[in-house]
Design a protein around this ligand. Structure first.
Ligand SMILES: Cc1cc2nc3c(=O)[nH]c(=O)nc-3n(C[C@H](O)[C@H](O)[C@H](O)COP(=O)(O)OP(=O)(O)OC[C@H]3O[C@@H](n4cnc5c(N)ncnc54)[C@H](O)[C@@H]3O)c2cc1C
Length: 401
């Protein structure tokens, strides 16, 4: 049935159609409850383009056959951004991994792994300003498409705030995106174009020194001024990670100086190993403005099994730990609801929270102009789907937990 598509694509790019491989590309790090698996579709095939021309040709074939495309980094996002809800072509960007270091910026292809970019930049005396704690495995394109916060976000903000320009491909070819238009791609989960490369701002590779404080969350909020990076783990979270049993703030500064012993350990462990993820727990994430962060902390503590906070330049990102049963899933949703009531909200949208996308109308209009057939990662970011509808229904039961 798909033979004409296979034939068209095999002349263009490395093509994968083995059912075993295709089943891997059905998922990302999102734990999908068994009953909802029926909404997930097996992709028609996976392609791994090697250059811009191949990406353009794949898009031509997608348009000709009316088959959606989903761009994929390494699938660590956990928001279902690359989970197919329709039969589609998966565009795996693993071969887009070149990096060029300039004076204060790097031009990076979207499939490059963050830690590889950091190591390469270090050879030129430069360093990434921000990177996710999944940097050992996740890609530049994936994090930009999700607009995440991470290490360094206290000083430098989200990854979106550190992008100078993007080069993207869509059904009209390749274009350079700068200034105000970046908002249509950063955090859009690949629904408006395939990011080919990004120009990102770098910092000088000055050393980082770290200290820790055993203190309350309220005290932590007063100790982070002027730091490059700071995060807080409550005692339950510390226990869960087998790091101790007190509430601990890690504060890291740029520049020479002594680190404390625990500071060095926690900074050394800032890149979260995937093995730290368990099968019996899930994380819920929420963004909260500084003025309400303490209020959120007190309320979130009552419902979560452990709390972590990452301090960013203009907001605090909270990670709450929850179990894996219906009641706990509802509590994980309540975590986001509490943030919304305090002027914050969901960390990002992906497949689960398109209904909460604040720029929905604007994105919709832009998408219609670049992708009138709706073939670029349909059902994500701001377009409702079966999962977001179920999340909405779940919200009606929040009073029960
Ligand atoms: C252990 C662990 C730690 C993490 N730490 C952090 C953290 O500190 N901060 C944070 O924000 N997140 C974090 N995450 C989530 C995730 O790792 C990041 O968001 C990551 O950068 C996603 O990259 P990826 O390559 O896995 O993207 P994917 O999951 O492959 O893709 C994410 C979305 O981007 C789209 N996409 C991918 N590539 C492109 C492209 N080239 N063009 C257009 N769209 C594209 C996909 O379609 C999908 O919708 C963590 C996850 C894990 C498992």
């Amino acid at each position: 049935m798909h033979d004409p598509i296979y034939t068209a694509l095999s002349g263009v790019s490395k093509l994968e159609t083995h059912p075993g491989i295709l089943s891997i590309y059905k998922y990302d790090f999102l734990a999908i409850p068994k009953r909802l698996l029926r909404f997930v579709k097996t992709p028609i095939c996976v392609v791994q383009p090697k250059n811009d021309e191949e990406v353009v040709k794949i898009l031509e074939i997608s348009e000709r056959f009316g088959i959606p495309v989903i761009t994929r980094g390494t699938g660590t996002s956990g928001y279902g951004g690359c989970v197919p809800l329709e039969r589609c072509i998966i565009v795996d960007m693993k071969n887009f991994n070149r990096v060029v270091i300039q004076d204060h910026t790097a031009v990076v292809e979207s499939g490059a792994i963050w830690l590889d970019v950091e190591s390469y930049a270090n050879k030129f005396g430069k360093a990434l300003r921000v990177y996710p704690t999944s940097a050992t495995v996740s890609t530049v394109g994936g994090w930009i498409a999700q607009n995440g916060y991470g290490i360094g976000s206290l000083k430098f903000g989200s990854i979106g705030e550190n992008v100078e320009w993007l080069e993207v491909a869509d059904y009209n070819g390749i274009k350079l995106i700068k200034g105000d238009k970046l908002k249509y791609y950063i955090g859009a989960f690949g629904t408006t174009g395939i990011i080919l490369r990004a120009c990102i701002r770098l910092r000088e590779a000055t050393p980082i020194r770290s200290s820790t404080f055993e203190c309350s969350f309220e005290e932590a909020l007063r100790k982070i001024d002027g730091a490059y990076h700071a995060n807080f783990k409550d005692r339950c979270h510390m226990k869960f990670e087998r790091l101790g049993d007190g509430d601990v703030l890690l504060v890291s500064y740029e520049g020479e100086g002594e680190s404390s012993e625990l500071g060095e350990i926690l900074w050394g462990r800032r890149l979260r190993p995937l093995k730290a993820l368990t099968t019996d727990k899930i994380y819920s994430e929420a963004v909260v403005p500084y003025e309400n962060a303490f209020e959120f902390y007190k309320k979130a503590k009552e419902i979560s099994l452990g709390l972590e906070a990452i301090f960013a330049s203009n907001c605090v990102i909270f990670l709450g730990l929850f179990g894996r049963n219906l009641k706990q899933y509802l509590k994980a949703l309540k975590f986001v609801k509490i943030a919304e009531n305090l002027g914050g909200g969901v960390y990002t949208t992906g497949m689960l929270f398109p209904h909460k996308n604040k720029a929905k109308r604007e994105l919709k209009e832009y998408k219609n102009s670049v992708d009138p057939e709706g073939l670029l990662n349909p059902n994500k970011a701001f377009q409702n789907n079966a999962f977001s509808k179920i999340m909405k229904i779940g919200e009606r039961f929040l009073w029960t937990v």
